[in-house]
Structure formats: C-alpha cells, structure tokens
Design a protein. Sequence first.
Length: 319
Amino acid sequence: MKRYAVFSCLIIVSLILAACQVVSPNPTMPAAETEDQGQKATLESLITQQAATIESLITLVAPTASPVPVETEVIPQPTATTEVTTIPPYTGEFNVIESGGLVLKLPVEVAAGAEVTTILPDDPNQGWPELALPARRAVNFSGYAIQDHFHTPVVYVYAFDKLVQGGTYGATMAATLQGLLSDPEFDLHAEGSLPFLPPFNAAQVFHVLEQRLDSEHGSGIRYLTLYSQALVGVDNYDIFYTYQGLSADGRYYIAAVLPINSTLLSDDELTQAELETVAIDYEAYLTSMTDTLREDNGASLTPTLAALDAMMMSLFSQD
C-alpha cells in the first residue's frame, strides 16, 4: 500500500511539471529581454556607422562610455613663411632707380648708378638650343663696389611664361625654383645644387649663406656660390652673390650675379702648387672654406648682405 502511495505522489509531481512546461500559443517576451535586444540592434547600427566612417578619417578617436567633451590640442602647421628669416630694414643710404619699366632701391655702398637695357632672345641655332633664353631685361651697374672680378655685376628679369616655353634649362630652373619657394620644408643648405640663371658653361662648386627672402614685391632665395669647369680655389675673384626669385604676381623670374668680397678670402687665385695641394682632398678643402664663411655669417663681406638683400627685395616691374 505504501508503494502505491509513493507511486501516486510521483504521478502528481509529473503532472505539475508538465503543466509548467506548456508553451502559450502567443508568448509575451519579458521586458528585460526586449530591452536587451533593442540595445543590441542600436549597438550593431553604431558599429556599422563607425566602420564606414573609419575609412574617411586619418585619426579615429575611440568613443568613450559617456559623451564627455575632449579638448584637442591644435598643432600649428608650417606655412610658406615659417622658414623666412625676418630681414631688418636696410638703414643705409640708397638711390631709387627707375629705368626700362623696373624700379629698385640701389644702396650707395653697392654702386653709384644703374640702367636697364633689353637683350634679344638667344638664337637656338647658335650654341646649345637647350640653353637658349628668351628676351630679358638687364640691370647694368656703374661704379660697382668691386671692380676686379671674374663676373660682371648684372640683374636679369625674364618673363616667366616665355622662360617656361623656351629652352630646357630655363624651363627646368623656373619649375625648380617655383617648387622650392612653395615648399617651406625644402632644405637649402642640404641641397646639392640650387636653382640658378643664367646658364654657365661650368658647374656650381658650392653654395653657402643660403637664405629665403620675402617682400611685398616677390620672394626668392639668395646664396653665395662659385662656378668652375675644374678645380679652383675659393677666392674673392670668383665667388659671387646671387638672388633667384619670382615677382609677387608670378610673371617674372629675377636672377642676379653680383661680385662680392670677404676679408677672410684671398684676392688672388690659387697658384698651381696650391691647387695641387688642395686637390689631394678637394671636398675637405671646400668644406673648410664654406664652414669659415658660414661661421662668419656675412660679417666680412663687401658689399654687405643687408645691402644686396634690400636691393633685390625692392626690385619690381611697373608693367
């Protein structure tokens, strides 16, 4: 009898459990579960949006748990003027020259006077056609401060578009200078050879005291250099100042070849015996000489860098 009672109890328990497992034909999802699924859908939507956004961003800031404002440090980006050293106003005496449609302030310490002439375009059938240059204006000086020099002082003004359309050399220099001036990261000192007009039948041996110059009339670079076809000493007879720049409106390429002297250099060219000595390690010789000029920073130069820089930055065309 006891066994039947136990069996009856087991049947009753089984019926109760079965009743609990009956599924309603129209179930209602618990509120908690509905909320969880809604949050999941929202998160999936956000993740999809972020995945699409990542492709268009350079830097993605990871989202925070709560919308807390984040201060972002703005790092200034370099501009075309960041490398231009401020040139103090020239305080020396000067004369204003107006000639051939050009205007410039001519420091008295540089020359007594100047006059502009026009040079006809080079004939590409004579000489090397790739070196042919278009018609240009030339600023010729009288009473220049240095008389005994390999180069004659002159400033050339070329029409930029004509230069680009002309010989290969002129077009290359124009494009190179334009690119250099638009790139503030361009290292003048590290560059092997800097833009230069007019073309010489020689190579740029070195450059030193490189500087970007900028004014209301244009922008450019200046440096001291020396051109030669063979080994040559660094002396006052051969070294010169050059400015290579563009007018503010981009219409003209301006190039200067101006003799300059330094009290640190000899006025005479090296003798044959001296050349043979420096030829043993010519690179070391050039490094030593340019380091000397760089450390001096123009203090020993005649005319002064301040005078030559001011003159070149003052030049503009009236047309």
